[in-house]
Design a protein around this ligand. Structure first.
Ligand code: NAP
Length: 284
């Protein structure tokens, strides 16, 4: 059965989020506060450098501050923790983003845990994750939040729907599964040890692909009329879904690029503005 797939335009959802932020940023600036996101990059992975640069540029375009901390690939866990603690103590910094992945010799979990909860704008600490799981997190991880923001922007219903999430990483698959569960979807989480993946995906009303493998999700896995959310971002601007093969089967689908990616960045900016407003309220 062929359907006309609605293209879920992440670029326009991101523009709306950023438009709403402009007034809030101006109000903070009037009070002498410029919302500031600190990005920490360890090593010289070119993809990570691009992501960090994109985030910094997005901040500046909106009149926010971005503080970039670049550390060498030889950085120790102790040195990284010291930098994060400095940023925690710096009142001009409102959000901290440690770019994943860090070099293997560093204890990434310890570094994430060092981020103060009020500056954990990407939901990477165990406390931030737990708050998301309970449904009252201030700052859920940005990509999961972006996926939900797109579904909501297009008023796609979640309650009672069977959502199949492929991937269980702490920043993507797991939190998005919990967020969908909190919105009354029935959620199946799949991973590399899942048996019969294609047959499980075929039952989904909503498919979230968070695998990290280009064009992994095949067109004939998609139940006609299902909603397909592609969080993947692989070299060459390719998602985790075989987009062309899913067009005509999915009722709605995110493209790559201009799908989940721009909304993820807009969400990061929004969380940083939220954090700046809360810091300002605490200061009075
Ligand atoms: P990750 O940490 O590598 O996790 C990948 C997940 O996929 C793991 O849970 C893994 O299962 C599962 N998986 C791998 N092979 C599989 C298979 N054959 N069948 C079923 N599941 C399989 O990746 P991530 O950080 O979550 O990122 C996932 C994707 O999202 C990547 O393409 C990444 O670039 C993209 N991403 C995009 C944004 C954005 O802003 N758009 C942000 C973050 C990430 P196991 O747990 O069993 O290993």
């Amino acid at each position: 059965m062929e359907t006309n797939s609605m293209i879920l335009d992440g670029a326009s959802v991101a523009s709306e989020i950023k438009e709403e932020l402009k007034e809030r940023i101006a109000r903070l600036t009037d009070k002498g506060i410029t919302p500031c996101l600190a990005t920490v990059l360890v090593g010289d992975d070119p993809a990570s450098e691009t992501y960090v640069r994109m985030k910094g540029n997005a901040c500046r375009r909106l009149g926010m501050e971005s503080k970039r901390i670049q550390m060498s690939g030889e950085t120790t866990t102790g040195q990284l923790l010291a930098v994060i603690r400095e940023l925690n103590a710096d009142p001009t910094v409102h959000g901290i983003l440690l770019q994943h992945p860090v070099p293997h010799h560093i204890d990434e979990r310890a570094a994430f845990e060092a981020i103060a909860i009020e500056k954990d704008v990407d939901g990477v600490t165990t406390l931030g994750f737990a708050q998301t799981a309970f449904g009252f997190g201030l700052y859920p991880s940005c990509t999961p939040a972006a996926i939900l923001a797109i579904l909501d922007a297009y008023q796609l219903p979640l309650e009672g729907k069977h959502a199949v999430v492929i991937g269980r990483s702490p920043i993507l698959g797991k939190p998005v599964s919990l967020m969908l569960l909190n919105r009354n979807a029935t959620v199946t989480i799949c991973h590399s040890k899942t048996n019969g993946l294609a047959d499980i995906v075929k039952q989904a009303d909503i498919v979230v692909a968070a695998v990290g493998k280009p064009k992994f999700v095949q067109g004939d896995w998609i139940k006609p009329g299902a909603v397909v959310m592609d969080a993947g971002y692989n070299p060459g601007n390719v998602g985790d879904v075989d987009y062309d093969a899913c067009l005509g089967r999915a009722s709605a689908i995110t493209p790559v690029p201009a799908g989940v990616g721009p909304v993820t960045i807009a969400t990061l900016l929004k969380h940083t503005v939220d954090a700046a407003e809360r810091a300002s309220a605490r200061a009075v």
